[in-house]
Ligand binder design. Structure first.
Ligand code: FE2
Ligand code: FE2
Length: 308
């Protein structure tokens, strides 16, 4: 194991947003949808009140698009849950609102985007987010893939999978993808690696996700990330914005962007990476003004990248 420094890293600007949960009124329901997880997700959305938390999504995403154009980001990072029910119509609307063809980005799917096995197999997420899915990969598998921004590698891992039971929101990376990730991380040119995934390592209080909301093979993914020189883990899935600095428990910081569109939690993160220093400005939506303002600011030191 040799060490490479941050010396050549220019200032890099990233926008990180997540869990926008776009809905659409023209979704194509099929008979089987009334019997699968989509039905329980619909009940949760329309009858149990989840939908009202996202009623301003469209307005917020129009404001976000304006922000992203104005703030000179080098790369846009989206960590999943573009949709509420994983419908193609929702995916189309989400990518139109985000204007994915206009600026360079990186996107990974969330568990809602793979709401059913049919939604996962359809490839709708990968097709509509295609402009944000380019990069270095192993063979022709969709995930993982890596994009270079300055001297930093952003590495996208798919941690989401369809589940059958309505209370099951677990994710899985899978042995095959983990093997590809190990190979990809080892083969990339020197430079810090930033992992982007939907699922978290910890909750905001440092505890683990409960059994049916977490990542089945989290420990395996952490082990591959550590061996591959990851210096930062970006994720969504949890809808509150929080972070954890490096500690004895984890050799790299972890940042959850939270939901960009959920009422009262609506924000995204504006990152400036300067050498090994990361400055984050949370940009919070202001309902009365229809625009974003600065929220909390935090700074983190990223560990020295290791080169395999
Ligand atoms: Fe979500
Ligand atoms: Fe999620």
């Amino acid at each position: 194991m040799s060490t490479s420094s941050w010396e050549d890293v220019a200032i890099i600007r990233l926008a990180h947003f997540s869990d926008i949960h776009v809905t659409a009124s023209d979704c194509s329901w099929r008979l089987g949808d009334w019997l699968n997880k989509r039905m329980s997700a619909w009940i949760n959305l329309h009858l149990l009140g989840r939908g009202k938390h996202f009623r301003h999504s469209e307005r917020i995403l129009i404001a976000l698009r304006r922000e992203l154009r104005q703030r000179n980001f080098d790369r846009l990072v989206f960590s999943g849950d573009a949709t509420a029910l994983g419908f193609e119509e929702e995916m189309r609307k989400a990518t139109e609102l985000l204007a994915v063809a206009e600026a360079p980005g990186l996107a990974v799917p969330g568990n809602h985007d793979y709401c059913t096995h049919a939604a996962m197999r359809s490839g709708h997420f990968e097709r509509y987010f295609a402009p944000w899915q380019s990069g270095e990969r192993i063979g022709d598998a969709d995930y993982p893939f890596a994009q270079r921004v300055g001297n930093v590698w952003l590495v996208a891992v798919n941690s989401s999978t369809a589940n059958r039971l309505y209370w099951d929101a677990r994710g899985r990376v899978g042995a095959a993808q983990l093997a590809r990730l190990e190979k990809l991380l080892a083969g990339l040119s020197p430079g810090p690696r930033i992992l982007v995934t939907h699922y978290p390592i910890w909750l905001s209080d440092g505890g683990r996700e409960h059994t049916f909301h977490g990542l089945r093979d989290l420990d395996d993914l952490i082990a591959v990330a550590e061996r591959g020189g990851v210096v930062l883990w970006l994720h969504g899935h949890r809808h509150e914005n929080y972070h954890h600095a490096c500690s004895e428990r984890m050799p790299f910081p972890i940042i959850c962007a939270g939901s960009t569109t959920q009422h009262g939690r609506w924000s995204y993160n504006d990152y400036t990476i300067n050498d090994s220093h990361l400055r984050t400005v949370q940009r919070v939506f202001v309902e009365e003004q229809g625009s974003f303002r600065d929220g909390c600011v935090f700074e983190l030191d990223l560990p020295m990248p290791r080169q395999v």
